[in-house]
Design a protein. Structure first.
Length: 230
């Protein structure tokens, strides 16, 4: 296993699996511009078919945006929201992404988890999107990805009524695929097994499930032809 540690993100490579670990334990792994930049760079550099997204330690998964950093944000920054762009890049990445959620995934932290293709939760995992209590709305994918996963009614419970979802509820709703005492270890095991399914098949299946345009369909057809010739 090879490691690379940036200032706020720990990157680990183990064969066909890359693990990205948020590393701001003193801030509940809340993200600011520097962490988002490191995460964006790591996603752009992915060369493995599967990636695990988690955080160091046994506390929160991610507390969302760093509130101290938000105090100095430009009022126009939501029009070019970095978190939205980075999380969308993860969602659109060819790599299959599995989130390992051992604790609270709040606000943008929940949206980071939603950007992944699957989620493994620990017993203390909790999902919440409290933005409306602050006169805001989830803007990094929460209002769009959550309804697709759990349905509009349950998404409204969380976003409009402020419901917090625990690990058992997350599994029963389909927000998480399973619960584990050690979600990071389980996510890595599942990632390794997933990688054995074949990089081309995984990439194409993800594209079809997520939906592709006509040009994307052409690329899929061409890739299949090249795959048959190799």
């Amino acid at each position: 296993m090879r490691y690379r540690i940036a200032m706020f993100l720990k990157v680990e490579h183990d064969g066909p699996v890359t693990t990205l670990l948020l590393d701001r334990p003193g801030k509940a792994h809340a993200y600011h511009d520097a962490l988002l930049d490191e995460l964006d760079a790591a996603i752009g550099a992915l060369s493995t078919p599967v990636v695990v997204v988690g955080s160091t330690g046994n506390g929160a998964f991610c507390g969302g945006a760093d509130l101290d950093a938000m105090k100095s944000a430009d009022p126009l920054s939501p029009l070019d929201l970095k978190a939205q762009r980075v999380f969308d890049r993860l969602a659109r990445s060819p790599a299959v992404s599995i989130a390992a959620i051992q604790g609270a995934a709040i606000a943008g932290g929940c949206e980071l988890a939603l950007a992944c293709d699957a989620r493994i939760v620990g017993p203390r995992a909790r999902f919440a999107l409290p933005e409306t209590s602050l006169g805001l709305i989830p803007t990094a994918g929460g209002c769009t990805r959550l309804p697709r996963l759990v349905g509009a009614g349950r998404a409204k419970q969380m976003i409009l009524l402020g419901y917090s979802v625990d690990a058992n509820t997350a599994v029963s709703w389909g927000l998480a695929v399973e619960s584990s005492a050690d979600p990071l270890a389980r996510a890595r095991t599942l990632a390794a097994a997933t990688a054995e399914r074949g990089a081309v098949a995984l990439r194409l299946a993800k594209q079809v499930i997520d939906g592709v345009d006509g040009l994307g369909a052409e690329r899929i057809a061409e890739a299949l032809l090249y795959h048959r010739r190799s």
